[in-house]
Design a protein around this ligand. Structure first.
Ligand code: MG
Length: 280
């Protein structure tokens, strides 16, 4: 594949992505898929889905894990409910990520990705060690499947994420870089962060956002690509500089407004194609 094939974040029956038909209509060559519900994660569904993808000439580049009970309503709720950090749900969710990884393997997909949740800042804390341990466990499961595990950015600063990856010490642990999340969560300038974590970036999201009045305490605002504070020409130039040539996967997290979502993702495709041509 040539540099930076365009992609969209897609959903079957779970997650905030566009429907597969929308990806086809937009003519994009790649998708990342939000893992479908357990009932759909079967061999038969996998075969079916692969045939649909083949007929659409779409390559699946990553499967994203997500869980029942997660809420991104506000930052404290996100911290309490998202990912593998909350202790009450951790064991069941780790087991589910392994099932999702096995489903991704059925789909021939070499990348599993997820939001770990808010990793504790204090590296000496017991909770931090526990999150390191479950991440190792997941990396080892993925390795046995011939897969990498990508951590979505947002909840951590670039420095905290680098320290965490170093502490996990697994060579199949990488980053799915989402520049808008750095802004929405208030965890740092996304371009500076991208320079820092560049060697670990193996997949990226193209999503835009505006800084909150009080970053880190309240959400910034997700907006259509090109209308926010990311700066997509600088973003692509930085991706080129760090040597990233993989897919540019567009996210627009408004599935409750499907027509608007499709229109704005379509606009993002054209904007990125224009920038790709300019930087070629
Ligand atoms: Mg994202």
């Amino acid at each position: 594949m040539s540099r930076w094939p365009i992609g969209v974040f897609a959903s079957l029956d779970a997650g905030l992505g566009v429907k597969l038909e929308v990806a086809q209509e937009l003519g994009v060559p790649t998708i990342q898929l939000h893992a479908p519900s357990r009932a759909v994660r079967t061999e038969r569904h996998a075969e079916n889905f692969l045939m649909r993808l083949a007929s659409m000439k779409i390559t699946l580049t990553a499967v994203f894990g997500g869980f029942e009970g997660e809420s991104y309503a506000d930052i404290p709720t996100t911290s309490r409910t998202v990912g593998l950090v909350p202790p009450e749900t951790r064991a069941a969710r780790v087991a589910e990520v392994k099932e999702i990884a096995d489903f991704a393997k059925l789909l021939g997909c070499p990348v599993v990705a997820l939001h770990l949740g808010f990793i504790p800042h204090d590296a000496a804390a017991g909770l931090y060690r526990e999150v390191v341990d479950v991440t190792r466990d997941l990396c080892d499961h993925c390795r046995a499947n011939g897969q990498s595990l990508h951590l979505e950015t947002g909840q951590e600063t670039a420095d905290d994420l680098l320290r965490f990856i170093a502490d996990v010490r697994r060579d199949n642990l990488f980053i799915n870089f989402d520049p808008a999340n750095m802004i929405l969560y208030g965890t740092g300038n996304p371009i500076q962060a991208l320079w820092k974590v560049g060697p670990y970036v193996r997949s990226v999201h193209c999503k835009d956002g505006r800084w909150a009045a009080n970053p880190g305490q309240e959400w910034g605002q997700e907006v259509p690509l090109g209308h926010g504070d990311v700066g997509f020409e600088t973003y692509l130039r930085t991706l080129a500089a760090i040597g990233y040539t993989g897919p540019l996967t567009i996210e627009r997290e408004i599935p409750q407004q499907p027509e608007r979502q499709k229109a704005e993702v379509g606009h993002a495709v054209r904007l990125l194609e224009g920038l790709k041509a300019k930087l070629a």
